[in-house]
Design a protein around this ligand. Sequence first.
Ligand code: AGP
Length: 606
Amino acid sequence: MCGIVGVLGKGPVAELLVDALKRLEYRGYDSTGIATVADRGIERRRAEGKLRNLELLLRSEPLPGNAGIGHTRWATHGKPSEANAHPHMTGDVAVVHNGIIENFRELKAELLAEGAPFTSDTDTEVIAHLITRELRDGKDPIAAVHKTLSHLQGAFALAMIFTGHDDLMIAARQGSPLAIGYGDGEMFVGSDAIALAPFTDNIAYLEDGDWAVINREGAEIRDQAGAVVDRTVTKSHAAGLVVDKGNFRHFMAKEIHEQPEVVGHTLAHYVDLANYRVSLPDLPFDFSNVSRLSLSACGTAFYACFVAKYWFERWAKLPVDADIASEFRYREIGMEPGGAALFVSQSGETADTLASLRYCREQNQHVLSVVNVRESSIARESDAVLPTLGGPEIGVASTKAFTCQLTVLACLAIAAGKARGTISPERETELVKALVEVPRHMAEILRDESPYEALAHSLSKARDVLYLGRGTSYPIALEGALKLKEISYIHAEGYAAGELKHGPIALIDESVPVIVIAPQDELFDKTVSNMQEVAAREGKIILVSDADALRAGCAVQTRLAVPTVHPFVSPLVYAVPVQLIAYHTAVFMGTDVDQPRNLAKSVTVE
Ligand code: AGP
């Protein structure tokens, strides 16, 4: 994840910016930079590699100015280099950015046609040129930014400074978190409270769609329409922490809301966003030479494997064995030497998954792992690692790690299809574009949690809850049931909707909520039949869909709206509603959401 900081100080800010960036190093980065408003206009210093390199540069080339912004970059568009490091600027404005501008290609083409002098491969630079165009059109910086924001599509956080404006900083939030720090005659902006802890503990968090006009007296926060809104200033306790809850009640809530940002980051690590192509590091095997792929994991990570099974088999025509690791490790199946085995784990320390990995090594398999903790045991014992860039996941219930795992596995499935000649360049563009839109769709769902808070009241009374889904929604039904039971302690079960008549329908009566995961895809009508079977037996249907309740043709107690998305990415997007159902039910029931009873974040024993 990139890190953003901004300071309107009483004195020179270069060192303050570097101090704040040091507290964002935990997010991972490959280059850094700062820019300030100096007498001669905006000045900038950038360096590839660690923050130390920037500090050395500043020692030889100090940066004056009492207003400035800074950035730690994790390369998305364009390789790690000084030229691609933020801030990006023109003679009028400098900007730092965290996230993805989905439509940057079209905007860049338009600006290039107007002669804008681009100097980087990044999507961020488009923002600097758009604002400059508006300024040159005669708008003041506030109007220029407001107009520019209306052109941008995607999930992002921004901070901007302007030539000739020593007491102005503008910040904007669309999917990626951003905090404002209130000092005494100084003001600050940061990706989180941790970055701002050295300066202030008075923090306000921007909501999605907010943008803030900041001077040393304070901040005027506006919504997307430009109306002034009020965001509460709270006392942060982030001073001593490396990770903190921000303005969320629980780490789980924060991590659910981080998904637009971290899924966007993970995606940008595995795709060439400029050309909508997957671009993976070298793998220990060639997908065109393997006849089967073995996937193994536990819990939520297993459900990510289960979704991936559908993707590999449908898009790469590659048969997949997806196994729960605690079963796989004892089955002692014979495996063709030189085969491919993939392991998924947030912690990278799950005992059963590690044991399965070791079994596959003994069977002379090529071992690939998808982990969130790069220096973990599973990562160390793999031939190659594909990291999820989820950042630390503190809540025991896995949320952002799951959707980042799905992101990596989706890119891998596309790469497999390309290698096996089952995915054309046009299809690759279609599937990668669908992935690029996921952060925005997730942010849309996260804008309004009130339907989930309302549902929690009725769900909390249930003894048993059934989740149904077909196709890639079936593993999401399993994941939804796991989320609910592990943090609310209500018994829940996920089932393939088509299996209802083979037994589970006996459970249905007016006391059983049935949560149906049903995007309007090719299986939707089949699932409608299952809903009607449930309704005929007084089951209480909660429909999670982009279809309205009328499409169900039966009584639906609650419909949880989801944006219409490409079927390929529905598991990623529909993961958010099932996480929110579980979270709000658990909060209503007063259980320990972040550390549920009997559970550990990483099961390092059998
Ligand atoms: C998920 O919410 C659970 N906390 C649990 O099932 C978890 O996914 C499982 O233990 C696997 O952990 P790992 O991803 O660290 O291997």
